[in-house]
Design a protein around this ligand. Structure first.
Ligand SMILES: Cc1ncc(COP(=O)(O)O)c(C=O)c1O
Length: 315
């Protein structure tokens, strides 16, 4: 991608009522499949893989992982092999996300939860490297030092696009927020919304990633841990309704696992008076709309109310 992703102003009665300026950086529009933060995080990883002459990539994910979906497609486009180590049963291979990953040539290997838990352990990774010496290992969610290099470019783009006070992002494996903190260089407030229930591990994870770019001392960021709505991929009937109304009002598509939780957090924070008058907020749309396919398939969402973007319908 040579052009910066679009920055779009959002209109909503709540923003007017509280005198707030809210814009959204539409990284979801960068590419229909390698969408949002996946594009940013994979860009320099894949360049590295090609420059170093690796045959392929190995990575990790859950059964509906956005990262696995995007990675398999990106590898296919770049004539690279890909192996996905997936948490769970082999039956998942037929689901919305993984059937597409398999179609794009990813070799899916299913492991139980105990094995999956070792995904960041040195010994386990050494065993994998021994078995696949020509493959580069990318951690779960694509969050490593090379990912930060790609995410930093969001800050560079924003510096030419607008002036703002707070930049908000959903947080999972922490690569995205770490890249934003690193690229921001203490100029704005960076506010992360944790979408997982395990509290407290994220700060350490972020600091570990920041060290890779010498940014350990950044102090302009915060992760809010109380907006997970019950845990990963969980949501209440009320929150789904509120998100749907917001999406209909703004015309921007969201999914309820990542960007949706950021939106619900934003609305709650505004109502609780968190942002001062005239505050300028930029939201990062991190994509992940393929996740709707899995939620519809599992009957957690209704496809008439949560239509997949056209490009994904065509897959
Ligand atoms: C759509 C989407 N948004 C946000 C995130 C969270 O990003 P990170 O894992 O870098 O914290 C993810 C997970 O990678 C994701 O798939």
């Amino acid at each position: 991608m040579s052009k910066p992703s679009i920055l779009q102003k959002l209109n909503h009665p709540l923003f007017e009522q509280y005198n707030l300026n809210v814009q959204i950086k539409r990284d979801d529009l960068i590419d229909p499949i390698i969408s949002g933060n996946k594009w940013r995080k994979l860009k320099y990883n894949l360049q590295h893989v090609q420059a170093m002459g690796f045959k392929g990539v190995i990575s990790f994910g859950g059964a509906y992982s956005n990262h696995i979906h995007a990675l398999s497609y990106a590898c296919n486009k770049n004539q690279l092999n890909s192996i996905g180590i997936i948490r769970g049963e082999a039956d998942y291979a037929n689901n919305y996300t993984l059937s597409q990953a398999a179609k794009w040539g990813m070799n899916l290997q299913f492991v139980n939860r105990v094995t999956y838990r070792q995904r960041n352990e040195k010994k386990y990774l050494q065993e994998i490297t021994k078995q696949y010496p020509d493959y580069f290992i990318i951690p779960e969610g694509g969050s490593n030092a090379l990912a930060l290099e790609g995410v930093v470019e969001i800050c560079d783009e924003l510096s030419h696009q607008t002036q703002y006070d707070t930049l908000m992002t959903p947080v999972g494996s922490a690569g995205t927020i770490s890249g934003l903190i690193s690229g921001d260089k203490n100029q704005h407030k960076i506010l992360g919304i944790a979408i997982l229930k395990q509290q407290g591990y994220l700060e350490e994870e972020i600091n570990n990633l920041l060290i890779t770019r010498d940014n350990k001392l950044a102090n302009n960021w915060k992760v809010l841990n109380n907006y997970h709505d019950g845990g990963y991929a969980r949501f209440t009937v009320e929150s789904i309704k509120e998100l749907q109304e917001f999406a209909a009002h703004t015309g921007v598509p969201f999914e309820p696992i990542y960007s949706g939780k950021m939106i619900l957090a934003l609305l709650d924070l505004i109502k609780s008076g968190y942002f001062p008058k005239n505050h300028r907020i930029v939201l990062l749309h991190t994509g992940g709309l393929q996740g709707l396919g899995g939620l519809i398939e599992q009957k957690k969402l209704n496809k008439d109310e949560w239509p997949l973007p056209l490009a994904l319908q065509a897959l």
